[in-house]
Design a binder for this molecule. Structure first.
Ligand code: HEM
Ligand code: HEM
Length: 234
């Protein structure tokens, strides 16, 4: 699929938005919500690890993994493939730890588990991500399928990979919405600084995700057709 645009500018935009979104989620959870902890008497601090790890660890690292072929187009394919699979593995592990923190917060606060659409899509997305990783590893890395099978499998790997990635973006949107709605129902100012911060973080994630997807479906560089010649006089 070609959009007639090169991937590079979209990767720059994605990086800038990733830095902005990461900074905003940290300011939210540390400055407004009191900080991060794995063990604490204030259980909200355990919850705060969840959005931070899901955004920075899972979504942003996963996006860097997807974009690596476009960010480092001149590197050897074997090297970018290795970076791709390692970054995806780290993203998966941090995502699992982030989800564990949400469960830990619920269990230690006596709150039920898995009652929301967010949590259902969250479990679905992390499982599909794990399956995608295993299939990718076995097909393209070790033991590696035959060249013909690899060729046939690649479009499916890209399609399914982008599907899982978009599902993860949507899950994060529901998470931001859900948490902000909880806070607003317990008295948080609907037009206050914190509400704007959370909504702008979620908006940055939408634009960030869009840039990553466009970068993934765009070519790293154009191969001009050999018979191309500019129209004389133009
Ligand atoms: C793709 C990223 C994300 C995934 C896969 C994910 C997954 C999950 C899962 C599986 C749970 C259920 C925990 C339980 O039932 O004990 C959960 C809970 C929760 N998550 Fe996320 N989450 C993600 C991002 C976020 C973000 C960015 C926020 C923003 C604050 C958030 C807010 C919440 C809230 C408020 C809960 C508790 C309420 C509930 O269970 O729905 N999540 N998340
Ligand atoms: C959850 C994990 C994974 C996801 C979401 C994922 C997603 C993607 C996406 C979206 C692309 C297209 C990138 C582009 O064309 O710019 C891609 C390409 C690729 N992925 Fe994965 N991937 C995952 C795991 C793996 C693993 C474990 C391997 C094993 C080596 C792998 C091997 C490849 C290869 C060889 C390409 C083709 C690169 C090229 O076009 O030259 N992927 N992946």
């Amino acid at each position: 699929m070609g959009l007639g645009a090169r991937a590079a500018p979209f990767t720059y935009v994605a990086h800038a938005l990733a830095v902005a979104a990461a900074a905003m989620v940290l300011v939210w959870c540390i400055h407004f919500r009191g900080g991060l902890a794995f063990e604490a008497t204030n259980k909200n601090l355990i919850f705060n690890v969840h959005p931070v790890l899901m955004l920075i660890g899972y979504l942003i690292l996963g996006s860097e993994a997807i974009m690596v072929y476009k960010v480092l187009p001149t590197w050897k394919h074997d090297s970018t493939k290795l970076i791709h699979l390692i970054l995806h593995a780290i993203a998966l592990v941090l995502g699992v730890i982030g989800i564990y923190c949400a469960f830990k917060f619920h269990n230690e606060s006596g709150i039920a588990n898995l009652y929301s659409l967010h949590s259902w899509l969250g479990i679905g997305t992390i499982c599909l991500y794990g399956i995608q990783w295993i299939f990718g590893f076995v097909t393209f890395f070790f033991p590696r399928a035959s060249p013909n099978v690899r060729k046939g499998a690649l479009p499916w790997h890209i399609l399914f990979g982008l599907f899982v990635y978009i599902l993860a973006l949507a899950t994060a949107q529901l998470g931001f919405l859900e948490k902000l709605t909880f806070l607003q129902s317990s008295g948080l100012d609907k037009y206050g600084a914190e509400a704007f911060l959370v909504n702008f973080t979620a908006l940055a994630v939408v634009l960030f995700g869009a840039s990553v997807v466009v970068a993934a479906v765009s070519p790293a560089r154009f191969e001009e057709p050999h018979d191309y010649a500019p129209i004389p006089g133009h």
